[in-house]
Design a protein around this ligand. Structure first.
Ligand SMILES: *Cc1c(COP(=O)(O)O)cnc(C)c1O
Length: 360
């Protein structure tokens, strides 16, 4: 018997949604839309497409292990220094780098529930203990978070906006919480949907960086930038923290094409703004639909909504799939009775509303 970590017996590999091609085959459909993984339905910057057509890559060379050019671009865009940045193979990899750098059997971490599952997943792999604090009326329950802090608590994970609920945390309340957390605990602000936030009272957490050495902001190219496949996410924090995490990071964790594409994407502000605007417009249609149909829906500052199903969510997701629409059942996300739907293009959303109406 090969001696794997015991905890693996209690874990499952990531369950991906059914791919489009497989769904077509299984149900004999010619057209299937995927609204299950919060990808950008408008694709990515046309400037990226242009580069992909034109460029000859030097595939025989190792990528720049320091991601120098991409870091310079991101640093200037975010008003930080390159030393404050770490680039991951998606922010998923950064979550595991952070966990691997900090956690073992003696450590404890905190997070909300439901939230992004990778925080718990990585804590388990490292043998750390964890406490999940249930959302209160859909919001982070800071009081309970503070009460749950132990002497060995080393990371507090905050997903903002939260996945799968989609709501953004009030900035003043979040800052008050950060003030209360002991300064030797790392607070990770996972902001995968940052670019979609429209709330006027939202404060960009970058403003807090000079004040708090114990926060790390995670952002990604997978969502609003429309580049989930290139696997680039980044962390912004204090240079001392970044230096530690860089010791754990595999040196060639991103490829050269990904570095270049991410840089081009950052420089195309127009595409980002267009996606953001179209997403906000389409998001309104989901609220209207929910109201008309008498369904509960969470207020979202992201490109997805969590919407009531009025019946078993797995069953509804299966029925929607037969009608060519792939969504994520809330049963898998800790929100039974709800499904998570990525906000698509106008036409994709029409198809979703039509299919859902037939099933209500
Ligand atoms: C999608 C998502 C991620 C992972 O993004 P990648 O950069 O593609 O790894 C991280 N956190 C949250 C909350 C997400 O929804």
């Amino acid at each position: 018997m090969i001696p794997y970590k015991k905890v693996l017996d209690t874990m499952q590999p990531y369950k991906p949604g059914k791919p489009i091609e497989e769904t077509k085959k299984e149900y004999g459909l010619t057209e299937v839309i995927k609204l299950a993984s919060n990808e950008n339905p408008y694709g990515y910057s046309p400037k990226v497409a242009e580069w992909l057509r034109s460029e000859q890559q030097l595939l025989q060379l190792y990528p720049d292990a320091n991601a120098t050019t991409l870091k310079e671009t991101l640093a200037s865009k975010n008003g930080v220094t390159p030393e404050q940045l770490i680039i991951g193979n998606g922010s998923d990899e950064l979550i595991s780098i952070i966990s691997r750098s900090m956690l073992d059997e003696t450590k404890h971490v905190l997070m909300a529930t439901p939230t992004f599952p990778q925080y718990v997943h990585n804590a388990k792999v490292e043998g750390a203990s964890f406490t999940e604090i249930p959302l209160k009326d859909g919001h982070h329950d800071y009081e309970k978070f503070l009460q749950a802090i132990q002497d060995n608590t080393s990371i507090v994970w905050i997903c903002n906006p939260n996945n799968p609920t989609g709501n953004v945390l009030n900035s003043a309340e979040l800052q008050a919480f950060i003030e209360e957390v002991p300064s030797d605990i790392l607070i990770v602000l996972d902001e995968a949907y940052f670019e979609y936030i429209m709330a006027e009272d939202h404060v960009d957490s970058l403003e807090w960086l000079p004040k708090y050495d114990n926060i790390l902001i995670l952002r990604t190219f997978s969502k609003a930038y429309g580049l989930a496949s290139i696997r680039v996410g980044y962390g912004i924090g204090h240079p001392r923290m970044i230096e530690q995490f860089n010791k754990v990071r595999n040196p060639f964790n991103n490829n050269t094409m990904a570095h270049t594409i991410a840089k081009i994407a950052v420089e195309d502000e127009e595409f980002l703004q267009k996606s953001r605007q179209l997403n906000a417009e389409q998001r309104e249609r989901f609220y209207t639909f929910a109201k008309e149909q008498g369904l509960n829906i969470y207020p979202s500052e992201t490109n997805f909504v969590l919407i009531e199903t009025k019946r078993d969510a797995n069953e509804l997701a299966d029925e929607l799939m037969k009608r060519g629409v792939i969504v994520r059942s809330g049963n898998l996300l800790g929100t039974p009775g709800y499904m998570r739907v990525t906000i698509g293009t106008e036409q994709q959303n029409d198809q979703f509303f039509e299919a859902f109406k037939q099933l209500l």
